[in-house]
Design a protein around this ligand. Sequence first.
Ligand SMILES: Nc1ncnc2c1ncn2[C@@H]1O[C@H](COP(=O)(O)OP(=O)(O)OP(=O)(O)O)[C@@H](O)[C@H]1O
Ligand SMILES: [Mg+2]
Length: 393
Amino acid sequence: MAESSEDRKTTYDVYDYVFSLEEQLRTVETEKQLTGARLAQMQIEMERMRKELSEMRAVPLVMGTIHEVLPDKTVVVKNSNGLEFLVKAAQEVEVELEPGKRVAMNQRNLLITKVLPENKDWRVNAMEVIERPKVTFEHIGGLGKEINELHEAVILPLTNPEGFEQLGIEPPNGVLLHGPPGTGKTMLAKAVANRSNATFISLSGSDLVRKYIGEGAKLVRDVFRLAKEKKPAIIFIDEIDAVGSHRFATANGDREVQRTMMQLLSEMDGFHELKGVKVIGATNRLDMLDPALLRPGRFDRQIAIPLPDKDGRRKIFEIHVGRMALDSTVDMAEIAELTEGFTGAEIKSVCTEAGMFALRQNNKRVKLKDFNDAVQKIIRQPDEAQPEHRMFA
Ligand SMILES: Nc1ncnc2c1ncn2[C@@H]1O[C@H](COP(=O)(O)OP(=O)(O)OP(=O)(O)O)[C@@H](O)[C@H]1O
Ligand SMILES: [Mg+2]
């Protein structure tokens, strides 16, 4: 039976309609995928925030030092503000209470819940002091531009202060290294100290606020005092966001953290005495920092430490395979190509893992395949050391 032109028109209409429906379906599917990806990302972010929140909610303990033990087992405890309290110890505390011992007390009822282990000079533990670190720029792959900047901002002012004086220019007091975890910030700071023949004094911002409760400001003062004694010296403050987050600058922020931060700012402002002392801060969260920290005279030079590019990755591989026995199949450029988005720390683990693969198979030399397997392993099972950037990628 012949199709009338009317019929044909309808058929075309139906085709058109189906076609447009198909197109709509495709759009909706793409949107669905995008939304799914966004949802997954938000869930990760939510999990992170939930963790952060529960950390913030944890009730902190109050610290103090025992001054006197009375016959009825009550003790006089003095806190770092000089206030004295007459308190008792919780039943589970079995350590003998003696004058001079440091204790932690419940914030609400000031019951002693813990006696801290004896530590003659606990501040020694709070900072790491290295006469002259052994890490050199030779151990660092890539980052040439960043190293040059550090040369100008830190090394030259320490090794040739006269040059700056003659020209009448003020080198920066502090330099801030920021970038993803595992990209070599700590290494760089150590290598700078090595090149400047300087003492390396490092402390961690998160230790300052978590471990040395009530002593943060004092510790900062001691660190600067020690640096002036040992100059030329580099003070390295890792995780500086823990003390210098703008979150704490608000009225109801943590007073103790604020005091630590104020101490840091005032030490850095006394720049006349800071000749021969430079401060290097490091953070993964530049966005969290209180702008007060970044003002002139403080961390006024900020250097971004990025993920290594292909060439950088190749150099980092070459450094870490240094003493490994490699098979002739191994081509560093090829592996560098495969590891886009990897940090220096991850590249180091790839090398170790590749070595492990070879070892398990009783091979004398590490093959290209071992490296490929190692790369796959690192991609598949991110451990804690794996930075968040991959989770969000
Ligand atoms: N550019 C690099 N060249 C060679 N090795 C590197 C490089 N970057 C990182 N590594 C390796 O990764 C390890 C960790 O680096 P480092 O501690 O300096 O990172 P970081 O940026 O300070 O990380 P975080 O922010 O977690 O403190 C180093 O000990 C080194 O073995
Ligand atoms: Mg570090």
